[in-house]
Design a binder for this molecule. Structure first.
Ligand SMILES: [Zn+2]
Length: 73
């Protein structure tokens, strides 16, 4: 099948680079080298990283609080 797309992700356990099919994005995959299971994400897009999104959410909440506090006189 033409057009099969892979992205490269480092295994968080053994640090080896894995070619992961894009259809496995956001799903649990197993490292073929060490067998560790982890969630596939494309690090270059940074969109599927749960820690990233919660950090962004925290930052946005803090900005809102600061804005609300600063606007009061
Ligand atoms: Zn591994």
């Amino acid at each position: 099948m033409p057009g099969t797309t892979y992205f490269v992700q480092e295994c968080p356990t053994c640090g080896r680079r894995l070619e992961v099919r894009v259809e496995y994005l956001g799903k649990k995959i197993a490292c073929r080298h060490c067998g560790a299971r982890f969630e596939a994400f494309d690090a270059s897009s940074g969109e599927c990283l749960p820690s990233n999104s919660s950090l962004a959410l925290l930052a946005r909440a803090k900005t809102l609080i600061d804005t609300a506090a600063g606007s009061k006189s």
